[in-house]
Design a protein around this ligand. Structure first.
Ligand code: SAM
Length: 297
């Protein structure tokens, strides 16, 4: 049932998009004094080694984070949200080294204030154990809780949060087809409990109808409830199958992904308008590389 391990994918183009958007949201939400609670419904192991077996086998970071790090300077300079992302990841590494890649739990924790809280859900027994061990090293005490629970269900009991300020990041592996429906159901249920929270959902853009349904259904939901939303996507290559010289089918791997945000910070759209085309330019692998950004005020 659980064969997905994020260690193979850490630092890929989808992580770049997701983590850059996460940082931009966190920067905004931590400007107000009131305590913030962040829920990460699918947390992963928390920290990854880019020089370890998993990452080296897949080589995905080489086409994502590492490609961004090595990119030639752009004439107009890097967008501030991309630079902020690179600086934050650099903070986990020694000067000039890029061996450690922080997952969403460590990225978020790095941006919390003392009064803020972080609740991490992770269901995979091995990743939950690694996550707990990694988090324990932070010595963050009660600020960060690791729950070995189903994040779709577990979130319910915490909404609304005491100070009525929260960000929910939902980053399922979509390993099971039901994840596509469950993530939308979870957001719909959460909005009835806590309509003013910020909800950020990562989704893959692949040729499967249920994958296309995620942003479509979230858009309908947000619109029906009169909530603002923003949908950002990054495509790095074609989704078409190709064949090698021997006629063997080559699967392209993940070609594109998106982040759908309900109740986004007002500053997010302008920040992404500059950043997304730059990401498409730097991380693009063929002429299909592009980005999109749509939103409703
Ligand atoms: C894409 S990874 C998360 C990566 C992480 N959010 C990050 O950005 O670093 C998805 C994780 O969700 C876990 N998972 C799968 N189903 C789950 C569920 N129902 N509840 C909680 N965790 C789940 C998987 O074991 C995997 O580690």
């Amino acid at each position: 049932m659980f064969s997905y391990r994020h260690a193979f994918h850490a630092g890929n183009h989808a992580d770049v998009l997701k983590h850059m958007v996460l940082i931009a949201i966190m920067r905004h939400l931590t400007q107000k004094d009131t305590a913030l609670t962040v829920f990460d419904t699918h947390a992963g192991a928390g920290l990854y080694r880019l020089d370890g077996d998993y990452a080296e086998t897949s080589g995905e970071a080489a086409e994502g984070f590492l490609r961004l790090v090595a990119a030639k300077p752009l004439p107009d300079g890097l967008a501030p949200v991309i630079q902020d992302y690179l600086n934050l990841v650099a903070g986990f590494n020694g000067k000039g080294s890029h061996r450690i890649y922080p997952g969403s739990p460590f990225i978020t924790q790095a941006l919390l204030r003392e009064r803020d809280r972080l609740k991490l859900f992770e269901l995979h027994p091995t990743d939950a154990k690694t996550l707990s061990a990694n988090i324990a090293q932070l010595g963050a005490g009660r600020q960060v809780a690791v729950l070995r629970e189903d994040g779709f269900e577990g979130l319910k009991k915490f909404l609304p949060p005491p100070a009525r300020r929260a960000l929910v990041l939902s980053d399922p592996s979509y390993e099971m087809k039901t994840d596509y429906i469950r993530v939308v159901t979870m957001v719909a249920d959460s909005l009835t409990r806590f309509a003013t929270g910020t909800y950020a959902v990562w989704y893959p853009i692949i040729p499967r109808p249920e994958a296309h349904d995620v942003p479509r259904k979230l858009k309908t939901l947000a619109t029906k409830l009169g909530r603002r939303w923003l949908n950002a996507s990054l495509t790095v290559k074609s989704s078409k199958l190709t064949a090698d010289e021997a006629g063997e089918v080559i699967r392209p791997g993940l070609p594109a992904s998106g982040m759908f945000v309900i109740n986004p910070p007002h500053t997010l759209k302008a920040a992404l308008e500059v950043a997304l085309p730059q990401l498409a330019r730097i991380l693009g692998q063929d002429r299909n590389a592009t980005s999109t950004l749509e939103s409703a005020a």
